[in-house]
Write a protein that binds this ligand. Sequence first.
Ligand code: GTP
Ligand code: MG
Length: 300
Amino acid sequence: MQNNFHSGFVAILGRPNVGKSTFLNRVVGQKIAIMSDKAQTTRNKIQGIYTEDDAQIVFIDTPGIHKPHSRLGDFMVESALSTLNEVDAVLFMVNATQKRGRGDDFIIERLRNVKKPIYLVINKIDQIHPDKLLQIMDDYRNTLDYAEVFPISALEGNNCPELIESLVNTLPEGPQYYPADQITDHPERFIAGELIREKVLELTREEVPHSVAVVVDRIHREDDEKVLVQATIVVERNSQKGIIIGKGGKMLKQIGVKARKDIELMLGDKVYLELWVKVQPNWKDRQVDLQALGYKQDDY
Ligand SMILES: Nc1nc2c(ncn2[C@@H]2O[C@H](COP(=O)(O)OP(=O)(O)OP(=O)(O)O)[C@@H](O)[C@H]2O)c(=O)[nH]1
Ligand SMILES: [Mg+2]
């Protein structure tokens, strides 16, 4: 271990859609967590590893904390809250454009017993007038004993380097947990599936995005420059299957083209993407299905 190397684990917690995954991707400089304007985009904990010469921070992006309406929702909220036991600091992220709500207060109550430094991170400041920022800072001031308060824009990057510098100084001396070039704990297979799901979130509406899971069945290198990726999009109902496939297969094609581009960026190779669509009624409430689709209790 080098002298004075600082390291530790930092959870990013908050309501859905506040910009947790956007922040994670900015920190590691690559898309490892999918993002969307729909709530409840992230479903699993995802580590994003930030390394500099004398420090390493392992950020843990978590599913947005919400009131669950399915076993999948229970899994998501449980896995987000479970990070509180395993981290050295917490980023509590809120949306500068939203008033503090019941969801935020629920999280605040859960943070009350956390004995680690808690940062209040007010995101999306690019969308508000500075006067509004003072109001929201005031609104949160007495809710917890925050180590620091950072207004940021995860989208544009404002104040993100300062936040990281502050974390580096707060974290204890410790080992480098991961090699300097590793940016996530999840395999390419997982991220490829997520990138496909991201396109479904982008291109569909209403209940469809929440009813979709993606399983990558196979990633196979065909030759030096081409990779075959085969994946199944799982939905809950026949009608949703129809929407995903679209008229004459148009929607599935669009999902495929967009996802392929992102997977190529990740793998650095040409990708041939084959997609199937399968109906698995009620998978969000069936424990066996949840496990098979990658939402496992032991992955908390
Ligand atoms: N204007 C603006 N938009 C942002 C910013 N950060 C994130 N967003 C947008 O907010 C939406 C949600 O971002 P995500 O990163 O998916 O949010 P999340 O907190 O991970 O959401 P869940 O995974 O559902 O909990 C996306 O449309 C982002 O582009 C920001 O700093 N400014
Ligand atoms: Mg997210």
